[in-house]
Design a protein. Structure first.
Length: 274
């Protein structure tokens, strides 16, 4: 099994590099063979990546969340899986180049630097904790994809308003589709974050015997959750749409990243048990 994990670790960045080539060629040149292959290759890549994560969990007897470089490969998987889901429900296949670039670089760094800890704290061997972390990363990956679509919306909106029709205008879906993809990505991310928070609250008393409601990271996560809840409700109830909702998705993601950074660098949390 160890050999299989090593082979898959080397194979994954090659697959992500191939995906960038296919989506890039498809974006720049329509009606190419890449159009027919890219979604199939993406699906295969996500399945192989999932197999890699499962085998690594079995081999080392803990979820791949114990080092930054293990977490990087999980992030790469979450980005690809979130995009595959959004592409599947939207039937729009022309934006993968923009989404998969960070997945490619996360996986390259992980492949080059990943290693297993000699001794892993027992608390990090919890599969429930692994599910909590993976759900959270999948949620953040999805809202990042939503913010990316919001940014593409604003770029295309600027092109149209300035009457400057660049390659972005020619290759991207129309504004209505970009808005829909941004909303669906954000909604998917919000659902995943809700699951992560729920599982975390379930796991916390099992692991520590009590719940630390004043924990900075828990408060930060709930703040981000409320921020996105307000944004999603505003679209449905207040009728926000178009440029306003695109700006909201991009701004909310920037605030979320800022909040996470502040909490991680300036506050102590029970999440720092390793």
């Amino acid at each position: 099994m160890n050999t299989t994990v090593d082979v898959l670790n080397i194979l994954l960045p090659l697959l992500y590099g191939g995906l960038l080539f296919l989506y890039g060629r498809s974006f720049l040149k329509t009606a190419s063979r890449a159009d027919r292959l890219k979604t199939t290759v993406l699906t295969v890549t996500v399945m192989i990546h999932l197999l890699y994560l499962l085998l690594r969990t079995i081999l080392f007897n803990h979820p791949p969340i114990t080092t930054p470089f293990e977490i990087m490969t999980v992030i790469a998987f979450c980005i690809a899986a979130a995009y595959l889901f959004i592409e599947g429900i939207s039937k729009v296949h022309g934006t993968g180049l923009f989404v998969l670039i960070p997945a490619f670089f996360f996986q390259i760094i992980s492949t080059l630097l990943i290693s297993d800890l000699g001794e892993v704290p027992e608390i990090l061997r919890s599969n429930l904790l692994g599910f909590h972390v993976t759900s959270a990363l999948l949620g953040y990956a999805a809202i990042a994809v939503g913010a990316m679509y919001g940014l593409l919306y604003l770029m295309l909106y600027h092109d149209i308003k300035s009457n400057h029709f660049s390659v972005i205008y020619k290759r991207l879906p129309n504004l209505e589709i970009l808005e829909s993809m941004s909303f669906r990505s954000t909604l998917f991310g919000f659902i995943c974050l809700s699951i992560a928070i729920g599982v975390g609250l379930l796991w916390l008393p099992i692991a520590f015997g009590e719940i630390f409601y004043s924990d900075p990271k828990l408060i930060g996560s709930l703040f981000i959750w409320v921020l996105y809840a307000v944004g999603l409700v505003s679209k449905r109830v207040a009728g926000w749409h178009g440029r306003k909702i695109a700006v909201l998705h991009v701004s909310a993601f920037i605030i979320a990243i800022f909040s996470i950074t502040i909490v991680n660098f300036f506050f102590r949390s029970f999440h720092q048990f390793y």
